[in-house]
Design a protein around this ligand. Sequence first.
Ligand code: SAH
Length: 242
Amino acid sequence: MPETSEKRPFTATVLTLYPDMFPGHLGLSLAGKALARGDWRLETVQIRDFATDRHRTVDDTPAGGGAGMVLKPDVLARAIDSVSAEDNRPRLLMSPRGKPLTQEKVRELAGGDGVVIVCGRFEGVDQRVIDARGLEEVSIGDYILSGGEPAASILLDAIVRILPGVMGNDLSGVHESFEGGLLEHPHYTRPQVFEDRDIPAVLTSGNHAAIARWREEEARRLTVERRPDLLARTATKTPPKG
Ligand code: SAH
């Protein structure tokens, strides 16, 4: 009999006005194969199905005036409530006002049963439904997208690739950028010489200790140069080695 895991597969439920945007890239490559195998599940909920008026209205003008439209709290609340009440998965709202997404957060979410993700549109979502349904706002960076769907896809891509069994080589996640608080060292592969540029000699020396040292030094150099904020972050979090 094949070995089966006790755990239900990680399940993502995405609430959106554009369900056709899914699975999108999540249906291809490693994530897509894992989806097809049932290693994770993806459902979409069409928010518009919970509008009750003849025109199936989901948005209205902002209280206090101004440009754009706001997603109505009643419609969105019904959509959220349609996802089983005893569901204890985190409820996220993709939002530029949210906490910036980190690999640490991705790991935390990947360790759970799944996620319920609300994708905003227009100017955003009525604050009362965020408060009333305890939505946790998550940002994928300091820029504005036209909707939460691409942000949700990015979040799910990051989660799915670290689910058990999804990546062919489970070890390839270990030395990744951010996992050790550093950016990753540079990579090289054949040919040995490319447009007069050699692979650094140490990498073809066969000296594994020297290679490990070089990679660590390069990771540190790149992090100091490009992302000193990461060093400051780990310095306050992890006790010194040794
Ligand atoms: N007026 C809002 C932006 C609305 S953009 C503001 O200034 O804060 C429309 C929707 O796109 C948002 O509701 C959100 O769901 C999504 N979105 C836009 N940028 C995002 C980002 N950086 N991270 C996550 N979601 C984002």
